[in-house]
Design a protein around this ligand. Structure first.
Ligand code: SF4
Length: 452
C-alpha cells in the first residue's frame, strides 16, 4: 500500500506522524512524498487557533482534489474536537480520536506501542521527533489542548531510551524530545524530565539531543546542569504568552514576568550562547494598549532569538472564549506585526553575535548545485541557520564551520579544520536528487525552517 502522511501544528503532531511513517515502512508499505501517488492518506490536524482548524479543513479538501481516489484518515486535535465536521469533508474514510491514533499504523509484531520501533529504511535522516508525553493537567484559559488531548501521561523511560537508541543506530543525528507539557514528564510514573534526559544522554549514542517547548514554571535552576553534556542543544523554548502580569493572570499561566526573568537569567548563566525562543499571544481578551506595551517591553528586555506570535482566537469550551472584551482583528493584526518585527530584530542580533566564530553544524539538506559547488544548509545546536557552498553534499553529517557573514536569513559559513580530501571530495556515485540550480528547499527542510 502507498501511504501519504501530512501533519499540521506542533512538534508533538510531527513526532506522531514520523512514528507512523516508521511503523508503515517497517510493515512493508511505501511512504510516498506526494498525495497523488498514494492509496491512503493520514492527516494529523491541529486546532490551536481558529486559523489552524480552518487550515486543517482546507488541507483535507485539497488532498481530495489532488487525488479523488485517496482514502483519507483524519486524526489530531481538530478531528478530536469536531469529528462530525471532519467526517463530512470529501474523501474522508475515517475520523480517529487522539486516544486511538497510535493504532492507525500497523503495530510491529510482538511489540507493545511503548516499545522501540524497528527503524529500517530510515537511515540518512537527520532529525527525529520523539513523543515522550501527551496531555496536560494545566488549565490555561485560552487552550483547547486539555480538552483535545486529555490529562498528562508519560511514556516509560526505558521505552523512550530504547527508541532513541534505535534511531541513533539508524543514522539519525539529532532527536527532539516532545510533549504537550514536556516539563511534566514522569510525574505520573514517579520520575521526571531531568532523569529522562540524563538517562538518554548516558544510555544512547545520539549525537544531539534537543528539548521542545518547556513551561517555565516546571524548571528549577538545577535543571540547567544537564547542559554540561555538550550533546544537549543550547536552545530553550520557554512559552511566555504575555509579558504583562495582569494578562498572565487572566490566562491562568503559573508564572509572572519576574519569575520568568529570574529563570532566564539562571539559564543564561549556566548555558553559554543559549538561544532563547518563546511564544506570544496577542489580542488576548481584555489586553489593553498599556498591557500590550508592557508585554513588548518585557519581551524586548528578554532579548529573544525568536518569537512565535499567535493572534488570539476564541476556542469553544475554554474560559477565555467568554471573557470580555474580545479584541478586534485589526488591533490583533497590528500587535502581531509589532511582535514579528521584534522577533526579526532579535534573530538578526542573535545571529550577528556569532559572526567569526567556529561552530558545529548538522547539515540537513542541500538546495541544489551552483556551478561546481553544492549549497548545503543546516543548524548549529543553538538553532542558527547556516548556509555553506561546498564541493559536495554534506547532508546528515556534523562538521565545524566558520560563520563568516549574515546571509539568507541566517549565516554563511566557510569550511574549516578538515583535510580537503576528507571533506571536500565528491561522494563517489552520488546522484543529486533535486537537479541543478538553486531550487526551492525540500519539503522536509521547509517544515524545519518554518518551525524556527
Ligand atoms: S500548559 Fe497551558 S498552554 Fe500548555 S498545553 Fe497545558 S493548558 Fe495548554
Amino acid at each position: 500500500m502507498r501511504v501519504y502522511l501530512h501533519t499540521l501544528g506542533c512538534r508533538l503532531n510531527q513526532a506522531e506522524i514520523e512514528r507512523m511513517a516508521r511503523q508503515y515502512a517497517a510493515a512493508g508499505h511505501d511512504v510516498v512524498a506526494d498525495a497523488a501517488d498514494a492509496d491512503v492518506c493520514v492527516v494529523n490536524t491541529c486546532a490551536v487557533t481558529g486559523e489552524a482548524a480552518r487550515k486543517s479543513r482546507q488541507l483535507v479538501r485539497r488532498l481530495h482534489r489532488a487525488n479523488p481516489a485517496l482514502s483519507i484518515i483524519v486524526t489530531g486535535c481538530y478531528a478530536q474536537l469536531e469529528p462530525e465536521a471532519v467526517a463530512g469533508l470529501p474523501g474522508v474514510l475515517q475520523v480517529v480520536p487522539n486516544a486511538e491514533k497510535d493504532d492507525i499504523a500497523p503495530q510491529p509484531d510482538n511489540a507493545r506501542p511503548d516499545e522501540a520501533l524497528p527503524t529500517s529504511g530510515t537511515a540518512g535522516r537527520t532529525r527525529a521527533f520523539v513523543k515522550v508525553q501527551d496531555g496536560c493537567n494545566n488549565r490555561c484559559t485560552f487552550c483547547v489542548t486539555t480538552i483535545a488531548r486529555g490529562a498528562s501521561r508519560s511514556r516509560p523511560l526505558s521505552a523512550v531510551a530504547a527508541e532513541i537508541d534505535a534511531l541513533a543506530g539508524a543514522g539519525y543525528k539529532e532527536v527532539v524530545l516532545t510533549g504537550v507539557h514536556l516539563g511534566a514528564y514522569g510525574r505520573d510514573l514517579g520520575t521526571d524530565l531531568f532523569t529522562l534526559v540524563r538517562a538518554v544522554l548516558d544510555g544512547t549514542a545520539v549525537p544531539r539531543l534537543r528539548l521542545s517547548s518547556l513551561e517555565p514554571w516546571d524548571l528549577a535552576p538545577g535543571f540547567f546542569d544537564l547542559w554540561q553534556d555538550g550533546r544537549l542543544c543550547r536552545q530553550l523554548h520557554l512559552p511566555l504568552q504575555s509579558g504583562a502580569a495582569r494578562t498572565l493572570r487572566r490566562m491562568a499561566r503559573r508564572t509572572t514576568p519576574a519569575a520568568y526573568a529570574a529563570l532566564v537569567e539562571s539559564a543564561r548563566a549556566r548555558i553559554p550562547d543559549l538561544a532563547l525562543t518563546t511564544d506570544i499571544i496577542v489580542g488576548f481578551p481584555g489586553e489593553t494598549d498599556a498591557e500590550f506595551a508592557e508585554s513588548v517591553a518585557f519581551a524586548r528586555a528578554m532579548d529573544f532569538a525568536k518569537l512565535h506570535v499567535f493572534r488570539y482566537s476564541p476556542r469553544e469550551g475554554t474560559a477565555a472564549a467568554s471573557m470580555s472584551p474580545q479584541i478586534d482583528e485589526a488591533t490583533k493584526r497590528a500587535r502581531s506585526a509589532q511582535i514579528q518585527a521584534l522577533s526579526d530584530e532579535g534573530g538578526r542580533r542573535f545571529a550577528a553575535r556569532f559572526v567569526g566564530r567556529v561552530m558545529s553544524v548538522l547539515w540537513e539538506a542541500d538546495a541544489g548545485a551552483r556551478g561546481r559547488v553544492w549549497r548545503n544548509t543546516g543548524l548549529t545546536d543553538n538553532y542558527l541557520r547556516v548556509w555553506l557552498d561546498a564541493p559536495r553534499v554534506l547532508t546528515n553529517t556534523i562538521t565545524p564551520v566558520r560563520l563568516a557573514s549574515a546571509c539568507d536569513g541566517g549565516l554563511c559559513g566557510e569550511l574549516v579544520g578538515a583535510s580537503p580530501d576528507g571533506l571536500l571530495k565528491q561522494k563517489p556515485g552520488y546522484v543529486h536528487p533535486g537537479g541543478h540550480g538553486l531550487g526551492p528547499l525540500p519539503a522536509q527542510l521547509t517544515s524545519v525552517a518554518a518551525s524556527l
